[in-house]
Design a protein around this ligand. Sequence first.
Ligand code: C2E
Ligand code: CA
Ligand code: CA
Ligand code: CA
Length: 278
Amino acid sequence: AARNGEDGVRGYVASMGQIFLRRFQLVTQFRQALDAGQIEVHYQPKVALPERRVVGAEALVRWSHPEYGRLSPDEFIPVVEATGMVDALTTFVMERVLVRVRAWLARGLRLSGAVNLSVRNLADESFPDRVAEALARHGIPPGLLTFELTESSVMADPERCLPVLRRLRALGVHLAVDDFGTGYSSLAYLRQLPVDEVKIDKSFVLGMGTDLGDMAVVRSIVELGHSLELKVVAEGVEDDAARDELVRMGCDTAQGYLISRPLSENRFEVWLQARTVR
Ligand code: C2E
Ligand code: CA
Ligand code: CA
Ligand code: CA
């Protein structure tokens, strides 16, 4: 038994070593992955309830790694965030999104493009100026760019983040609180954040059908959001029952597998074409 125990420990140490090695590789390879076109931006539509009109799309990144295959952002974003490279990622995604928004506009579609921000962007005083420059260069009305930020990233350093958020908002860019309901001080802090939109975390939306507690959380977030004059978005809408319940609650916007999974740029364009043809 003692021997097994030792093997267990050795196995554990070995796998920790592998995890560490893999993280180290991801950090060192990310920059060249960006340049080599291994980082892809996928798009997931957001639709207005109840009429299902497409109002925008969220950009979600994937890494096609030559050795590890398709990596989920949940694996590499935290690693990239721990370094300065997340600036390059945000810029890359924002540039892609602005090109898409311009192309949609050219076809008469006013869709908002949503970009996820990391805590580093929010603490970066030069970020709002770079956003303003990019909007002007692409000729995009600021209201067609949305940034999604989590409450916990703001809470990490509110003194630094709040001025950046205020300046982004002053540009006319839309701000959304992501993963709402999972933070510590959600209710009290929402009032102080200069945001336009709150996104109910998908864990509550996914649980609505089976858990009355989740249903109650979703309903209270919709009510709270509306009482603060915010738009309320539900993510993780996977079935008709959830969609119908959100409509009854008065939720403004839905996003989730029921409407579409995140799609590659080309597949999203095909989806959009089919949805918006009159
Ligand atoms: P998020 O911003 O909360 O994005 C929503 C996640 O839910 C996405 O996972 C999406 O694919 C997934 N999802 C969408 N609809 C459904 C549904 O109906 N059911 C279920 N079960 N899941 C659904 P994904 O694409 O794996 O992204 C994970 C996280 O990675 C994102 O969470 C976001 O925090 C981060 N992320 C993605 N792209 C970027 C980026 O460009 N920059 C930064 N900083 N973070 C990013
Ligand atoms: Ca998001
Ligand atoms: Ca979310
Ligand atoms: Ca999330």
